[in-house]
Structure formats: structure tokens, C-alpha cells
Design a binder for this molecule. Sequence first.
Ligand SMILES: *Cc1c(COP(=O)(O)O)cnc(C)c1O
Length: 318
Amino acid sequence: MKSLQEFPRIPLAVLPTSIQKLENISRLLGTNVWIKRDDLTGIGLGGNKVRKLEFLLADAKRQGAEIVFTTGGAQSNHAMLTAACAKKLGMTPILILKKRGVTERKGNQLLEYLMDTDVRFMDTDSYDDIYAEMDRVGQASGKKYYKIPCGGSNAIGALGYVNCMKEIADTGMHFDYVCCAEGSGGTHAGVALGAKLFMPKTQVVGLMVDSDPFEIITTRIMQETAKLLELDFVPTESDVHLVNMCGPGYAIPSPEGNAAIRMMAANEGLFLDPVYTGKAFAGLIKLAREGKFKPDDNVLYLYSGGAGGLFAIDVDLG
Ligand SMILES: *Cc1c(COP(=O)(O)O)cnc(C)c1O
């Protein structure tokens, strides 16, 4: 196995993030619920994408890129954090976003505006159209450019979450389960691979907030990451455990997600978001109520950020 230290990485996040016990929610759910504060990664409004960007932007710098492209929906946390991190490192971010979701100057659109970011919308449902547009704009600029896929979800980005699992293992704490939101697959892939390497007794659960074929997507990213790390095994679909919490659709609030947001706010003073962390935490609540967790189990929820999205909803969270 290659050591994580062998990969270029630019420190952008405040690490390690803390692990806290949710005393009130543990009591309500009848198991020990812990939270890993990846909402406090220290740039923008924090969030999981910063760990991926430490590796992705280091790769971009190593290749001499001046322009960094990425994509997502209008309220993509990943796009906002890519802009924040690229600006901090003196690179020029260009966001070519799907014209889907809340495009007005609210939530992450407001934050991108404040950072004076070049944001362009494309009226398409195909990321392939967007990647082609990145090449067109990049080539026309005459500068070196680097394309980060939607969500930063490729093998290099997933290294950030392999590293996160090492960070958790290094605390010496044992968790029976680690649960994380899954929107483009890179986080879950890194967490699941990192668990195999550093916390083999821990079961990882990906809580889907979109309805893509994540058994396939997650397995593929795990396999590519395993190859990058020169591991002597090939991850398979049996390494991927999913619960579908998408509800009415990606970025459309669900009643379970909204209830989870209010439960967390009213009991722990923490604010989940309607697109990712609320729906994902609703999945953890569902599993607890179905009796998946024993009273003395330790269940870690990866709180992956997303605050920007809370201020960009045009529907009632009731
Ligand atoms: C992107 C995102 C996720 C999901 O991570 P993926 O690696 O895209 O699956 C979870 N939570 C928040 C807040 C996010 O922005």
C-alpha cells in the first residue's frame, strides 16, 4: 500500500475535526450517537468537500493549473467550497453549473457572489455537456486548466475521506457504525475504503440523498481509489451498504428530512440542511427506530456541512 503521505496535499482544513456525543439524541434513539464535526473544516461554511479539495487542488497545482473548473447544481456546496479554496490558493475558479435548483442570489449563490466568482449556468441535465464546455472555455483561455468532477467525487478526492477514517482510527475510539450522506459517492467511497483499511470492525452506511445507482458508482470510486493506493485487494459491491433517503428527489426537501432537521436543532442546537445532512440523519433515525443499533453500540454520524443550502430553500420546512 502507498502511504497517504505520498500524495500531494495542500492543508486547507482545520484537522482533526472533533467528535462529540449527542447526549439528548442518544437518549431519544436508545443508542450512542456521536457526530464528527466535518461541518467545521474551517473555510467557507465548512463541509466535507474541503477534505477532497486538499488532494484535488494539490494535484491541480502540481500540474501547473491556473484555472480550476467544477460543476454541480446551482446550490452546490462543493462548487462554493471549490471557489473558496481555489481563491485562497491564488487560482481562478470557474463554476459551470446546471441551471437547476435555486439560481437566485441566495444561499451558495450569495456566497459565490461575495467571493467575486465566475459562475455560469448551463440549461442541461448532462454533465458531459458541461465537461465539454469546460474544455472549450479552458482551451480558449490559453491557460492551463484543471477539471474537478461534480462533488469532487473521483479517486483523488476520495483520498480525503480515506484520510478521515485514519484520523478517526487514530483517536483509538471504536465505532460500530459510521453513517454518511451520499450525493455523488466520493465521501462514502473514501469512508468505506478507509474503514476496510483502518477500522475493519466498523460497518459503513451510505445514506442516499439522490437516486443514482450508488452501488455501482461507489464501488467504482472505491476500486479506483484502491488502485491509486496500490492496495492488494479489489473492493466489490458487497463493501457498499446503502439506505435510500432521497424521498421526492434530489434537493427537494422530504418530510423525514425536515423532521430530522428540527430534531437536531431542538435537541442539540445544530443545524442540518434540507439537501444532504437532514435527509441523511433521517436515515440514521430510521435505522435506530427499526432496531438496527443495540443500546450500547456507538454510531458515528459524519456531519458533512451544507449550511449554505439552509438559506436557499423556496419551500416551507414544516
Ligand atoms: C456533497 C455533500 C455531501 C455528499 O458527499 P458526496 O461525496 O458528494 O457523496 C454530503 N453533505 C454535504 C453537506 C455535501 O455538500
